[in-house]
Design a protein around this ligand. Structure first.
Ligand code: ARG
Length: 719
């Protein structure tokens, strides 16, 4: 009996591979992880993955814009990233006459590439600055520690960048403040749009298919990074030249099989895998549903206007897409957290920890303190989401909130004429920018709805004093909702929209004029209420959570040293590598999901004229003619459009290269699957999949659909 038991244990042990959980810092992979990568199919040496002295894959990986990843794919600075990462730049480059977002665009040569506002960052070096930061923090806690941390981070960053606008640095916390790392970047600010497929390809399936597999989206766009003549990073310049990169990724069009090795480099934005059961519960009960409910309304009113007019569609497209993206994410996250009882799973670990911590003074109260902290904050959590997603969800209110800096300055007795003139000039620019993106009709509806919802959902005693009394007194009506009338009045009378009122104000800026403005009055009523009564509660909650989190992690390292030594820190928008396999899965009983989908699948989803499932005529012609070129997958006798892997990624990884065992690009990661949307808080080792666009489809779209073979010719193809 004993013997059998022993051999079972051995077998299990021998076949145990690591789950594909883990977002590893490439510099600190460790032997254990590297060996596991090799076992899974990696053919490269560690120094090909990351090297301080030689060029390596890490040199081809960039931060693209504010929150995406991109990769260098040619010796002339060509960048691949996702369509949804380039979306804003594509929309900005488009007009109703030259609608590149709708129709697609490929620059015929370099002179036709379009200037963008995007900048990209190359990782220069990483340094462990734990001791420096911890020395600066001392034994402090709470607010004091939070402030000292900001100061310490600021001074390290300043020391490193010396104010050079082409250098950037961040000091980030690892393991909830138990370690600190410095990341230094070179910043290139001349990045041009080279090409993108029509939106019907790049966003095929829209929000219906978003966060889901099977998925048939050609989610890619192409940019190029330029440097100045001296080979240095620079701002846009007509005589700049394409970047000569340290390294670029070769591109494989050989395809892959189910089970093949896959590695993803990139910049995952944030996870909280050590979130407590209390945190999970707050997300499920309050944070997520409140966000979803408010975004529902904002999206509905935006969509109503976008449908009516192509110019409005272009104007709101980018903002709509980003609101919709995390609207669906948080809705899905709640469902998965409930389905897999993540609260219960977390409670189990916590019970074990509490048991272990008994009698250890430093740790024994962590979870009762967590409980108290959450109980103290819970009554105000809805208010916090309402401020962020509701009140600030009206673009007009968010914009007019920016006037408060002006008000402070005007109130200052010793403010100089120059200071005021400068502030007014900034305010003028801010207003122009606001008006460019503003759609009044949808915003007015959003404002009316949000004010109504706030009144319903926020307890009376938490509302701004007198606000609703005055609203009902002045806009009482049986014909129309008082909220609607109030919003109409704000939009009618604010100087944000009234050029002549605005000109009067900038000619003679006074506090009284600001305070009389109905939009400013509205936004400030809510902001003052928040600042006066809830902001300090929120900070206390966050700071206490940080203190407890730091201790909890420290305790875990003590409790399970071996396990924790081989673990990875939560994502924090620093470069990571994750590895796994191309892999099919079973999302539910009796259902099997293949690991690839094809052009035939795109065609079968086609709905002529549909907002999400339309296709360009040329696409259908090429498909009918089976004009697949070199990009065909012989097994399917079709183009493989997307595929899935077991890699551990999250938002921020969008655009990340999916790399095979030989270090060649096989696709671009662009999404996660619905069944594992709890991934920020808990990784699901069976169901988690990363959704990738196959690079062969990308090349087919560039070459066959876009007629831009010259771009493909720039790549180093592995056939
Ligand atoms: N879910 C994708 C991500 O977060 C973005 C997809 C954009 N598409 C869309 N329909 N909103 O990376």
């Amino acid at each position: 009996m004993k013997k059998i038991f022993l051999s079972i244990v051995l077998v299990v042990f021998m076949f145990r591979t690591y789950a594909d959980e883990g977002m590893w810092i490439p510099l600190l992979l460790g032997e254990q992880v590297y060996k596991d990568m090799v076992k899974k199919g990696l053919k490269l040496k560690p120094e090909q993955l990351y090297s301080m002295n030689h060029s390596s894959i890490k040199d081809a990986i960039i931060i693209f814009g504010g929150g995406c990843t991109g990769e260098i794919v040619s010796d002339q600075g060509l960048i691949f990233t996702n369509h949804h990462c380039g979306y804003d730049a594509i929309a900005n480059a488009s007009t109703v006459e030259h609608n590149y977002l709708r129709d697609g665009f490929f620059a015929a040569d370099k002179s036709k590439e379009i200037q963008s506002k995007i900048s990209v960052r190359f990782l220069n070096r990483i340094e462990d600055v734990t001791q420096k930061v911890l020395d600066a923090l001392g034994k402090t806690e709470g607010m004091e520690r939070a402030q000292k941390l900001i100061a310490a981070q600021g001074s390290i960053v300043k020391e490193v960048t010396g104010g050079d606008e082409f250098k950037a640095a961040v000091v980030v916390s690892m393991f909830k403040g138990n370690q600190y790392f410095l990341f230094v970047y070179d910043v290139y600010k001349d990045v041009r749009l080279v090409g993108n497929p029509p939106e019907s390809i790049g966003k095929f399936g829209g929000d219906t298919d978003n966060w889901e597999w099977p998925r048939h989206t050609g989610d890619f766009s192409v940019f190029r990074v330029y440097m100045n003549k001296d080979g240095k990073p620079s701002n846009y310049g007509a005589d700049n030249v394409p970047l000569k990169p340290k390294y670029f990724l070769p591109v494989s069009i050989k395809g892959f099989k189910d089970g093949d090795f896959s590695m993803i480099y990139g910049y995952p934005g944030g996870t909280n895998r050590y979130e407590t059961s209390y945190g999970v519960k707050l997300s499920i009960d309050i944070n997520n549903p409140t966000l979803v409910k408010l975004r529902d309304v904002r999206l509905k009113y935006m969509f109503d206007e976008m449908k009516k007019d192509p110019a409005t569609k272009l104007q709101l497209a980018s903002s709509y897409a980003s609101i919709a993206n995390y609207w669906k994410f948080y809705d899905g996250e709640t469902k998965q957290l409930l389905k897999y009882d993540i609260t219960g799973q977390k409670q189990k670990t916590e019970t074990e920890f509490i048991e272990w911590a008994k009698g250890k003074a430093e740790y024994e109260n962590i979870f009762s303190d967590y409980q108290k902290n959450y109980e103290a904050w819970r009554p105000y959590a809805t208010q916090a989401v309402y401020m962020r997603e509701g009140i600030m969800g009206s673009p007009l209110l968010a914009y007019t909130a920016s006037w408060s800096g002006l008000e402070q300055l005007l109130n200052k007795k010793d403010a100089s004429k120059e200071d005021i003139a400068k502030a007014i000039s900034n305010a003028k620019t801010a207003r122009e920018n606001f008006l460019k993106d503003e759609n009044k009709k949808s915003d007015q509806n959003i404002l009316a709805s949000v004010l109504m919802m706030y009144n319903t959902d926020i307890p009376k005693e938490q509302q701004p004093a007198g606000f609703y009394e005055s609203l009902f007194k002045n806009f009482n009506s049986i014909d129309e909702s008082p909220y609607k009338k109030y919003a109409a009045d704000v939009f009618e009378n604010t100087m944000a929209f009234d050029g002549s009122k605005w000109n009067d104000f900038v000619a003679n800026p006074t506090v009284a004029a600001l305070q009389a403005d109905p939009a400013y009055k509205t936004t400030m009523a809510f902001i003052k209420n928040w600042n006066g009564n809830y902001s300090s509660k929120n900070q206390a909650f966050v700071n206490k959570n940080n203190d407890l989190g730091r201790l909890f992690m420290k305790g875990l390292f003590e409790k399970e040293p071996a396990k924790m030594k081989g673990t990875y820190p939560d994502a924090n928008f620093t470069m990571r590598v994750s590895y796994g396999n191309v892999k099919s899965y079973k999302p539910k009983d009796a259902v099997f999901y293949d690991f690839v989908c094809t052009l035939s699948g795109v065609a079968s989803k086609y709905v002529a004229g549909d907002y999400e499932f339309d296709l360009p005529a040329k696409f259908l012609d090429l498909y009918k003619a089976k004009d697949f070129g070199d990009y065909i997958d012989k097994k399917y006798n079709d183009i493989v459009v997307c595929f899935i892997t077991t890699n551990d990624i999250t938002g921020g990884n969008s655009g990340s290269p999916v790399i095979n065992g030989n270090g060649e690009l096989i696709g671009l990661a662009f999404d996660g699957n619905y069944e594992a949307l709890s991934h920020k808080l808990a990784f699901d080792k069976d169901l988690n999949r990363t959704i990738c666009v196959d690079v062969r489809y990308v090349l087919w779209c560039i070459d066959k659909l876009g007629g831009a073979k010259h771009i493909v010719d720039e790549l180093k193809l592995v056939k």
